[in-house]
Design a protein. Structure first.
Lengths: 222, 222
DNA sequence: GATACCATCTTGGGATACCAAACTGGTATC
DNA sequence: GATACCAGTTTGGTATCCCAAGATGGTATC
Protein backbone atom coordinates (compact mmCIF):
# COMPACT_ATOMS: atom_id res chain seq x y z
CA UNK A 1 0.00 0.00 0.00
CA UNK A 2 1.26 3.48 -0.83
CA UNK A 3 2.44 5.83 1.86
CA UNK A 4 -0.30 8.24 0.89
CA UNK A 5 -2.86 5.52 1.65
CA UNK A 6 -1.24 4.78 4.98
CA UNK A 7 -1.07 8.41 6.01
CA UNK A 8 -4.63 8.95 4.87
CA UNK A 9 -5.93 5.99 6.81
CA UNK A 10 -3.96 6.74 9.95
CA UNK A 11 -4.87 10.40 10.05
CA UNK A 12 -8.48 9.53 9.30
CA UNK A 13 -8.47 7.17 12.23
CA UNK A 14 -6.87 9.79 14.46
CA UNK A 15 -9.55 12.29 13.51
CA UNK A 16 -12.47 9.92 13.95
CA UNK A 17 -11.16 8.65 17.27
CA UNK A 18 -10.72 12.27 18.40
CA UNK A 19 -7.03 11.68 18.93
CA UNK A 20 -6.67 15.03 17.20
CA UNK A 21 -9.24 17.54 18.38
CA UNK A 22 -11.98 18.92 16.14
CA UNK A 23 -10.88 22.37 15.01
CA UNK A 24 -7.22 21.64 15.66
CA UNK A 25 -4.77 23.11 13.24
CA UNK A 26 -2.64 20.71 11.22
CA UNK A 27 0.62 21.66 9.56
CA UNK A 28 2.05 19.63 6.74
CA UNK A 29 5.42 19.63 8.42
CA UNK A 30 4.05 18.26 11.67
CA UNK A 31 2.29 15.46 9.82
CA UNK A 32 5.47 14.84 7.87
CA UNK A 33 7.32 14.22 11.11
CA UNK A 34 4.43 12.37 12.73
CA UNK A 35 4.04 9.81 9.96
CA UNK A 36 7.57 9.69 8.66
CA UNK A 37 6.70 10.45 5.05
CA UNK A 38 7.57 13.52 3.10
CA UNK A 39 5.21 16.33 2.28
CA UNK A 40 4.16 14.88 -1.04
CA UNK A 41 2.13 11.95 0.33
CA UNK A 42 1.05 14.07 3.31
CA UNK A 43 -0.50 16.63 1.01
CA UNK A 44 -2.18 14.01 -1.13
CA UNK A 45 -3.69 12.50 2.01
CA UNK A 46 -4.89 15.92 3.17
CA UNK A 47 -6.54 16.60 -0.17
CA UNK A 48 -8.37 13.29 0.07
CA UNK A 49 -9.46 13.95 3.62
CA UNK A 50 -10.64 17.37 2.55
CA UNK A 51 -12.88 15.68 -0.01
CA UNK A 52 -14.29 13.53 2.81
CA UNK A 53 -14.75 16.75 4.78
CA UNK A 54 -12.83 15.42 7.74
CA UNK A 55 -10.23 18.10 7.16
CA UNK A 56 -10.82 21.65 6.00
CA UNK A 57 -8.95 24.70 4.80
CA UNK A 58 -8.78 27.65 7.13
CA UNK A 59 -7.38 30.30 4.86
CA UNK A 60 -4.09 28.86 3.78
CA UNK A 61 -3.91 26.41 6.66
CA UNK A 62 -5.33 23.00 7.34
CA UNK A 63 -7.58 22.17 10.26
CA UNK A 64 -9.46 19.16 11.54
CA UNK A 65 -13.14 19.70 10.72
CA UNK A 66 -14.92 21.09 13.77
CA UNK A 67 -18.14 19.52 14.99
CA UNK A 68 -21.05 21.73 13.99
CA UNK A 69 -24.27 21.42 15.91
CA UNK A 70 -26.28 22.86 13.03
CA UNK A 71 -24.96 20.09 10.86
CA UNK A 72 -26.41 17.40 13.07
CA UNK A 73 -30.00 18.45 12.50
CA UNK A 74 -29.46 18.85 8.76
CA UNK A 75 -27.74 15.49 8.66
CA UNK A 76 -30.74 13.85 10.34
CA UNK A 77 -32.99 15.30 7.65
CA UNK A 78 -30.68 13.99 4.98
CA UNK A 79 -30.51 10.58 6.58
CA UNK A 80 -34.29 10.35 6.72
CA UNK A 81 -34.44 11.00 3.00
CA UNK A 82 -31.73 8.54 2.08
CA UNK A 83 -32.20 5.80 4.63
CA UNK A 84 -35.98 5.59 4.37
CA UNK A 85 -35.62 5.10 0.63
CA UNK A 86 -32.89 2.55 1.16
CA UNK A 87 -35.08 0.65 3.61
CA UNK A 88 -37.99 0.62 1.19
CA UNK A 89 -35.79 -0.80 -1.53
CA UNK A 90 -34.37 -3.30 0.95
CA UNK A 91 -37.90 -4.56 1.58
CA UNK A 92 -38.23 -5.23 -2.12
CA UNK A 93 -34.82 -6.66 -2.82
CA UNK A 94 -32.98 -8.01 0.21
CA UNK A 95 -32.57 -11.77 0.43
CA UNK A 96 -33.27 -13.58 3.68
CA UNK A 97 -29.64 -14.54 4.11
CA UNK A 98 -28.46 -10.96 3.66
CA UNK A 99 -30.93 -9.77 6.27
CA UNK A 100 -29.77 -12.54 8.59
CA UNK A 101 -26.18 -11.41 8.12
CA UNK A 102 -27.09 -7.95 9.36
CA UNK A 103 -28.91 -9.48 12.32
CA UNK A 104 -25.75 -11.36 13.19
CA UNK A 105 -23.86 -8.11 13.11
CA UNK A 106 -26.08 -6.89 15.94
CA UNK A 107 -25.89 -10.16 17.84
CA UNK A 108 -22.12 -10.17 17.69
CA UNK A 109 -22.10 -7.20 20.04
CA UNK A 110 -21.95 -8.62 23.54
CA UNK A 111 -23.39 -6.53 26.37
CA UNK A 112 -19.93 -6.16 27.87
CA UNK A 113 -18.20 -5.39 24.60
CA UNK A 114 -15.94 -2.34 24.69
CA UNK A 115 -17.34 1.02 23.81
CA UNK A 116 -15.41 1.06 20.51
CA UNK A 117 -17.25 -2.05 19.45
CA UNK A 118 -20.68 -0.61 20.14
CA UNK A 119 -19.75 2.57 18.36
CA UNK A 120 -18.50 0.75 15.30
CA UNK A 121 -21.44 -1.62 15.06
CA UNK A 122 -23.87 1.26 15.58
CA UNK A 123 -22.38 2.89 12.51
CA UNK A 124 -21.97 -0.22 10.41
CA UNK A 125 -25.52 -1.31 11.01
CA UNK A 126 -26.93 1.62 9.08
CA UNK A 127 -24.50 1.13 6.24
CA UNK A 128 -25.29 -2.57 6.04
CA UNK A 129 -29.02 -1.89 5.99
CA UNK A 130 -28.40 0.57 3.16
CA UNK A 131 -26.42 -2.12 1.40
CA UNK A 132 -29.55 -4.26 1.37
CA UNK A 133 -31.00 -1.73 -1.07
CA UNK A 134 -28.38 -2.70 -3.62
CA UNK A 135 -28.00 0.95 -4.66
CA UNK A 136 -24.39 2.13 -4.57
CA UNK A 137 -25.34 5.79 -4.29
CA UNK A 138 -27.61 5.24 -1.34
CA UNK A 139 -24.93 3.12 0.34
CA UNK A 140 -22.28 5.78 -0.14
CA UNK A 141 -24.57 8.52 1.04
CA UNK A 142 -25.36 6.63 4.24
CA UNK A 143 -21.72 5.75 4.80
CA UNK A 144 -20.75 9.40 4.34
CA UNK A 145 -23.44 10.62 6.69
CA UNK A 146 -22.46 8.10 9.37
CA UNK A 147 -18.83 9.17 9.06
CA UNK A 148 -19.84 12.76 9.56
CA UNK A 149 -21.80 11.78 12.65
CA UNK A 150 -19.15 9.47 13.98
CA UNK A 151 -17.32 11.87 16.27
CA UNK A 152 -20.50 13.32 17.71
CA UNK A 153 -21.78 9.82 18.39
CA UNK A 154 -18.54 8.99 20.14
CA UNK A 155 -18.81 12.00 22.39
CA UNK A 156 -22.34 11.17 23.37
CA UNK A 157 -22.35 9.67 26.80
CA UNK A 158 -24.59 6.74 26.34
CA UNK A 159 -26.42 5.13 29.20
CA UNK A 160 -26.98 1.42 29.03
CA UNK A 161 -30.69 2.05 28.62
CA UNK A 162 -30.38 4.36 25.69
CA UNK A 163 -28.03 1.87 24.12
CA UNK A 164 -30.51 -0.93 24.60
CA UNK A 165 -33.25 1.31 23.29
CA UNK A 166 -31.32 1.97 20.08
CA UNK A 167 -30.55 -1.73 19.67
CA UNK A 168 -34.24 -2.57 20.10
CA UNK A 169 -35.04 -0.09 17.33
CA UNK A 170 -32.46 -1.75 15.13
CA UNK A 171 -33.96 -5.19 15.67
CA UNK A 172 -37.45 -3.90 15.07
CA UNK A 173 -36.31 -2.40 11.79
CA UNK A 174 -34.78 -5.66 10.62
CA UNK A 175 -37.96 -7.53 11.51
CA UNK A 176 -40.03 -5.12 9.46
CA UNK A 177 -37.68 -5.51 6.50
CA UNK A 178 -37.86 -9.27 6.84
CA UNK A 179 -41.64 -9.07 6.78
CA UNK A 180 -41.41 -6.69 3.79
CA UNK A 181 -43.47 -4.01 5.51
CA UNK A 182 -41.96 -1.11 3.62
CA UNK A 183 -44.08 1.71 5.03
CA UNK A 184 -43.64 0.62 8.62
CA UNK A 185 -39.92 0.04 8.13
CA UNK A 186 -39.43 3.46 6.59
CA UNK A 187 -41.29 5.06 9.43
CA UNK A 188 -39.31 3.07 11.98
CA UNK A 189 -35.99 4.22 10.65
CA UNK A 190 -37.12 7.82 10.48
CA UNK A 191 -38.15 7.69 14.11
CA UNK A 192 -34.86 6.06 15.01
CA UNK A 193 -32.95 8.78 13.21
CA UNK A 194 -34.90 11.50 14.99
CA UNK A 195 -34.33 9.80 18.32
CA UNK A 196 -30.63 9.69 17.66
CA UNK A 197 -30.57 13.32 16.60
CA UNK A 198 -32.33 14.43 19.77
CA UNK A 199 -30.05 12.42 22.02
CA UNK A 200 -26.97 13.73 20.25
CA UNK A 201 -28.00 17.35 20.36
CA UNK A 202 -29.06 17.19 23.99
CA UNK A 203 -25.87 15.48 25.00
CA UNK A 204 -23.54 17.76 23.05
CA UNK A 205 -25.31 20.89 24.15
CA UNK A 206 -24.97 19.81 27.76
CA UNK A 207 -21.33 18.86 27.50
CA UNK A 208 -20.36 21.68 25.22
CA UNK A 209 -18.51 23.60 27.88
CA UNK A 210 -16.44 20.69 29.08
CA UNK A 211 -15.72 19.56 25.55
CA UNK A 212 -14.49 23.01 24.67
CA UNK A 213 -12.23 22.83 27.67
CA UNK A 214 -10.71 19.71 26.15
CA UNK A 215 -9.91 21.77 23.08
CA UNK A 216 -12.75 20.42 20.95
CA UNK A 217 -14.32 22.96 18.66
CA UNK A 218 -18.08 22.46 18.89
CA UNK A 219 -19.44 25.32 16.86
CA UNK A 220 -22.77 26.77 15.84
CA UNK A 221 -26.09 26.16 17.45
CA UNK A 222 -28.69 23.54 16.85
CA UNK B 1 -6.17 31.46 -7.30
CA UNK B 2 -3.67 28.64 -6.95
CA UNK B 3 -2.49 26.69 -9.96
CA UNK B 4 -3.98 23.57 -8.49
CA UNK B 5 -7.39 25.26 -8.50
CA UNK B 6 -6.95 26.38 -12.08
CA UNK B 7 -5.83 22.99 -13.30
CA UNK B 8 -8.64 21.33 -11.39
CA UNK B 9 -11.27 23.66 -12.81
CA UNK B 10 -9.97 23.48 -16.36
CA UNK B 11 -9.63 19.73 -16.43
CA UNK B 12 -13.04 19.37 -14.82
CA UNK B 13 -14.51 21.51 -17.57
CA UNK B 14 -12.71 19.50 -20.23
CA UNK B 15 -14.12 16.31 -18.81
CA UNK B 16 -17.67 17.56 -18.44
CA UNK B 17 -17.67 19.09 -21.92
CA UNK B 18 -16.35 15.78 -23.28
CA UNK B 19 -13.28 17.54 -24.63
CA UNK B 20 -11.45 14.55 -23.20
CA UNK B 21 -13.25 11.30 -23.88
CA UNK B 22 -14.78 9.15 -21.12
CA UNK B 23 -12.38 6.31 -20.46
CA UNK B 24 -9.40 8.19 -21.90
CA UNK B 25 -6.10 7.68 -20.20
CA UNK B 26 -4.47 10.70 -18.59
CA UNK B 27 -0.79 10.95 -17.76
CA UNK B 28 0.51 13.43 -15.26
CA UNK B 29 3.22 14.46 -17.69
CA UNK B 30 0.76 15.22 -20.45
CA UNK B 31 -1.36 17.34 -18.13
CA UNK B 32 1.80 19.05 -16.94
CA UNK B 33 2.55 20.16 -20.49
CA UNK B 34 -1.09 20.88 -21.30
CA UNK B 35 -1.63 23.26 -18.41
CA UNK B 36 1.86 24.59 -17.97
CA UNK B 37 2.16 23.72 -14.29
CA UNK B 38 4.46 21.19 -12.72
CA UNK B 39 3.42 17.74 -11.57
CA UNK B 40 2.73 18.77 -8.00
CA UNK B 41 -0.38 20.85 -8.68
CA UNK B 42 -1.40 18.46 -11.45
CA UNK B 43 -1.39 15.58 -9.01
CA UNK B 44 -3.31 17.52 -6.40
CA UNK B 45 -5.93 18.38 -9.01
CA UNK B 46 -6.21 14.73 -10.04
CA UNK B 47 -6.71 13.64 -6.45
CA UNK B 48 -9.51 16.15 -6.08
CA UNK B 49 -11.13 15.08 -9.33
CA UNK B 50 -10.85 11.49 -8.17
CA UNK B 51 -12.83 12.42 -5.08
CA UNK B 52 -15.51 13.89 -7.37
CA UNK B 53 -15.33 10.64 -9.34
CA UNK B 54 -14.72 12.43 -12.60
CA UNK B 55 -11.33 10.78 -12.78
CA UNK B 56 -10.45 7.27 -11.70
CA UNK B 57 -7.47 5.03 -11.14
CA UNK B 58 -6.87 2.26 -13.59
CA UNK B 59 -4.21 0.28 -11.81
CA UNK B 60 -1.43 2.77 -11.41
CA UNK B 61 -2.71 5.04 -14.17
CA UNK B 62 -5.28 7.78 -14.33
CA UNK B 63 -8.30 7.74 -16.61
CA UNK B 64 -11.31 9.90 -17.26
CA UNK B 65 -14.30 8.22 -15.64
CA UNK B 66 -16.21 6.21 -18.25
CA UNK B 67 -19.94 6.60 -18.58
CA UNK B 68 -21.65 3.60 -17.02
CA UNK B 69 -25.14 2.75 -18.12
CA UNK B 70 -25.83 0.83 -14.92
CA UNK B 71 -25.04 3.94 -12.97
CA UNK B 72 -27.77 5.93 -14.66
CA UNK B 73 -30.56 3.75 -13.33
CA UNK B 74 -29.07 3.70 -9.83
CA UNK B 75 -28.62 7.44 -9.99
CA UNK B 76 -32.27 7.92 -10.86
CA UNK B 77 -33.23 5.91 -7.78
CA UNK B 78 -30.93 8.02 -5.66
CA UNK B 79 -32.28 11.22 -7.14
CA UNK B 80 -35.84 10.16 -6.37
CA UNK B 81 -34.90 9.66 -2.75
CA UNK B 82 -33.04 12.92 -2.38
CA UNK B 83 -34.96 15.24 -4.63
CA UNK B 84 -38.42 14.19 -3.50
CA UNK B 85 -37.40 14.91 0.08
CA UNK B 86 -35.88 18.21 -0.97
CA UNK B 87 -39.06 19.17 -2.76
CA UNK B 88 -41.18 18.33 0.26
CA UNK B 89 -39.01 20.51 2.46
CA UNK B 90 -39.13 23.24 -0.18
CA UNK B 91 -42.91 23.22 0.07
CA UNK B 92 -42.59 23.90 3.77
CA UNK B 93 -39.79 26.41 3.71
CA UNK B 94 -39.26 28.17 0.41
CA UNK B 95 -40.20 31.83 0.25
CA UNK B 96 -42.20 33.19 -2.67
CA UNK B 97 -39.30 35.27 -3.89
CA UNK B 98 -36.92 32.31 -3.86
CA UNK B 99 -39.40 30.27 -5.88
CA UNK B 100 -39.78 33.19 -8.28
CA UNK B 101 -36.02 33.32 -8.70
CA UNK B 102 -35.99 29.70 -9.85
CA UNK B 103 -38.84 30.43 -12.23
CA UNK B 104 -36.80 33.22 -13.73
CA UNK B 105 -33.97 30.79 -14.24
CA UNK B 106 -36.24 28.79 -16.52
CA UNK B 107 -37.61 31.87 -18.26
CA UNK B 108 -34.12 33.14 -18.99
CA UNK B 109 -33.65 30.25 -21.39
CA UNK B 110 -34.79 31.51 -24.79
CA UNK B 111 -36.10 28.94 -27.30
CA UNK B 112 -33.14 29.70 -29.57
CA UNK B 113 -30.54 29.67 -26.82
CA UNK B 114 -27.48 27.56 -27.57
CA UNK B 115 -27.42 23.97 -26.50
CA UNK B 116 -24.88 24.70 -23.78
CA UNK B 117 -27.35 27.05 -22.18
CA UNK B 118 -30.17 24.51 -22.11
CA UNK B 119 -27.85 21.92 -20.73
CA UNK B 120 -26.60 24.16 -17.96
CA UNK B 121 -30.03 25.41 -16.95
CA UNK B 122 -31.40 21.87 -17.02
CA UNK B 123 -28.78 20.95 -14.45
CA UNK B 124 -28.95 24.09 -12.37
CA UNK B 125 -32.71 23.91 -12.09
CA UNK B 126 -32.59 20.77 -10.02
CA UNK B 127 -29.86 22.14 -7.80
CA UNK B 128 -31.77 25.37 -7.26
CA UNK B 129 -34.93 23.49 -6.38
CA UNK B 130 -32.90 21.48 -3.87
CA UNK B 131 -31.58 24.75 -2.53
CA UNK B 132 -35.14 25.73 -1.67
CA UNK B 133 -35.06 22.96 0.93
CA UNK B 134 -32.39 24.85 2.84
CA UNK B 135 -30.59 21.59 3.61
CA UNK B 136 -26.92 21.67 2.63
CA UNK B 137 -26.63 17.90 2.44
CA UNK B 138 -29.58 17.54 0.11
CA UNK B 139 -28.22 20.36 -2.04
CA UNK B 140 -24.81 18.76 -2.30
CA UNK B 141 -26.26 15.35 -3.03
CA UNK B 142 -28.34 16.75 -5.88
CA UNK B 143 -25.43 18.76 -7.23
CA UNK B 144 -23.23 15.68 -7.16
CA UNK B 145 -25.83 13.54 -8.88
CA UNK B 146 -26.38 16.13 -11.59
CA UNK B 147 -22.65 16.34 -12.17
CA UNK B 148 -22.49 12.59 -12.59
CA UNK B 149 -25.31 12.76 -15.10
CA UNK B 150 -23.97 15.78 -16.91
CA UNK B 151 -22.04 14.05 -19.66
CA UNK B 152 -24.79 11.55 -20.38
CA UNK B 153 -27.28 14.41 -20.59
CA UNK B 154 -25.02 16.19 -23.01
CA UNK B 155 -24.77 13.19 -25.27
CA UNK B 156 -28.50 12.74 -25.39
CA UNK B 157 -29.86 13.98 -28.65
CA UNK B 158 -32.75 16.03 -27.58
CA UNK B 159 -35.63 16.85 -29.83
CA UNK B 160 -37.35 20.16 -29.40
CA UNK B 161 -40.44 18.35 -28.15
CA UNK B 162 -38.69 16.38 -25.47
CA UNK B 163 -36.99 19.56 -24.38
CA UNK B 164 -40.33 21.38 -24.16
CA UNK B 165 -41.77 18.40 -22.34
CA UNK B 166 -39.04 18.55 -19.70
CA UNK B 167 -39.47 22.28 -19.32
CA UNK B 168 -43.22 21.84 -18.84
CA UNK B 169 -42.49 19.35 -16.07
CA UNK B 170 -40.16 21.85 -14.46
CA UNK B 171 -42.80 24.56 -14.50
CA UNK B 172 -45.43 22.22 -13.16
CA UNK B 173 -43.12 21.31 -10.30
CA UNK B 174 -42.54 24.94 -9.38
CA UNK B 175 -46.26 25.62 -9.43
CA UNK B 176 -46.90 22.74 -7.07
CA UNK B 177 -44.19 24.01 -4.72
CA UNK B 178 -45.68 27.47 -4.86
CA UNK B 179 -49.06 26.02 -3.93
CA UNK B 180 -47.37 23.98 -1.17
CA UNK B 181 -48.74 20.71 -2.47
CA UNK B 182 -45.96 18.55 -1.11
CA UNK B 183 -47.28 15.13 -2.10
CA UNK B 184 -48.07 16.16 -5.64
CA UNK B 185 -44.76 17.97 -6.00
CA UNK B 186 -42.81 14.97 -4.75
CA UNK B 187 -44.65 12.73 -7.16
CA UNK B 188 -44.09 15.17 -10.00
CA UNK B 189 -40.36 15.23 -9.55
CA UNK B 190 -40.15 11.46 -9.25
CA UNK B 191 -41.98 11.11 -12.55
CA UNK B 192 -39.73 13.69 -14.11
CA UNK B 193 -36.65 11.84 -12.91
CA UNK B 194 -37.95 8.57 -14.31
CA UNK B 195 -38.77 10.23 -17.62
CA UNK B 196 -35.27 11.60 -17.82
CA UNK B 197 -33.77 8.24 -16.97
CA UNK B 198 -35.75 6.49 -19.68
CA UNK B 199 -34.86 9.05 -22.31
CA UNK B 200 -31.19 8.92 -21.36
CA UNK B 201 -30.95 5.16 -21.38
CA UNK B 202 -32.81 4.81 -24.66
CA UNK B 203 -30.71 7.46 -26.31
CA UNK B 204 -27.37 6.16 -25.06
CA UNK B 205 -28.20 2.57 -25.87
CA UNK B 206 -29.09 3.58 -29.41
CA UNK B 207 -26.03 5.70 -29.96
CA UNK B 208 -23.67 3.47 -28.09
CA UNK B 209 -21.97 2.17 -31.21
CA UNK B 210 -21.34 5.56 -32.73
CA UNK B 211 -20.21 6.99 -29.41
CA UNK B 212 -17.74 4.17 -29.01
CA UNK B 213 -16.46 5.01 -32.45
CA UNK B 214 -15.73 8.51 -31.19
CA UNK B 215 -13.59 6.93 -28.49
CA UNK B 216 -16.13 7.34 -25.68
CA UNK B 217 -16.20 4.50 -23.20
CA UNK B 218 -19.85 3.73 -22.51
CA UNK B 219 -19.68 0.66 -20.35
CA UNK B 220 -21.98 -1.78 -18.64
CA UNK B 221 -25.60 -2.37 -19.39
CA UNK B 222 -28.70 -0.75 -18.07
C1' DG C 1 7.67 -18.83 -36.85
C1' DA C 2 6.64 -18.65 -32.00
C1' DT C 3 8.05 -17.74 -27.55
C1' DA C 4 10.88 -16.49 -23.78
C1' DC C 5 13.94 -13.19 -22.10
C1' DC C 6 16.33 -8.90 -21.58
C1' DA C 7 17.33 -3.86 -22.30
C1' DT C 8 14.98 0.36 -22.45
C1' DC C 9 11.62 3.66 -21.78
C1' DT C 10 7.65 5.47 -19.60
C1' DT C 11 5.08 6.54 -15.59
C1' DG C 12 3.63 7.36 -11.08
C1' DG C 13 5.43 7.65 -6.06
C1' DG C 14 8.25 10.05 -3.06
C1' DA C 15 11.90 13.43 -1.43
C1' DT C 16 13.82 17.81 -1.38
C1' DA C 17 14.99 22.52 -2.51
C1' DC C 18 13.32 27.06 -3.28
C1' DC C 19 9.97 30.79 -3.13
C1' DA C 20 6.39 33.95 -1.65
C1' DA C 21 3.06 35.13 1.53
C1' DA C 22 1.47 35.41 6.15
C1' DC C 23 2.37 35.59 10.86
C1' DT C 24 5.21 37.00 14.98
C1' DG C 25 7.62 39.73 17.99
C1' DG C 26 10.01 43.56 18.91
C1' DT C 27 11.28 48.30 18.41
C1' DA C 28 10.97 52.98 17.37
C1' DT C 29 8.11 56.85 16.94
C1' DC C 30 4.37 59.81 18.03
C1' DG D 1 1.14 53.91 26.30
C1' DA D 2 -0.44 52.95 21.75
C1' DT D 3 0.50 52.23 17.13
C1' DA D 4 2.92 51.70 12.94
C1' DC D 5 6.55 49.47 10.85
C1' DC D 6 10.25 46.16 10.02
C1' DA D 7 13.01 41.79 10.35
C1' DG D 8 12.82 37.01 11.14
C1' DT D 9 10.37 32.83 11.11
C1' DT D 10 6.90 29.64 9.78
C1' DT D 11 4.09 27.61 6.31
C1' DG D 12 2.01 26.25 2.22
C1' DG D 13 2.80 26.31 -3.12
C1' DT D 14 5.68 24.90 -6.73
C1' DA D 15 9.47 22.88 -9.37
C1' DT D 16 12.57 19.32 -9.90
C1' DC D 17 15.18 15.27 -8.99
C1' DC D 18 15.52 10.32 -8.07
C1' DC D 19 13.62 5.77 -7.83
C1' DA D 20 11.11 1.48 -8.57
C1' DA D 21 7.65 -0.83 -11.00
C1' DG D 22 5.37 -1.79 -15.16
C1' DA D 23 5.01 -1.55 -20.19
C1' DT D 24 7.37 -2.08 -24.62
C1' DG D 25 9.87 -3.77 -28.17
C1' DG D 26 13.50 -6.21 -30.05
C1' DT D 27 16.36 -10.25 -30.21
C1' DA D 28 17.94 -14.79 -29.56
C1' DT D 29 16.75 -19.40 -29.04
C1' DC D 30 14.14 -23.45 -29.77
Amino acid sequence: MSQMQQIHDQLREMILSLEVAPGERLTERWLEGRFGGSRTPVRAALVRLEAEELVRRDGRNWMVAPIELGEIAALAEFREAVESSAVRLACERASEVDIDAVTELLDACEPDAPREEWHRVGTDFHVEVARLSGNEFLIKAVAGAMTRLSRARWLELRTEQSRDHAWAEHRLLLDLIRRREADAAAQAICEHIRDTRDRLLTSLEEDRRSLRARGFAIVGKA
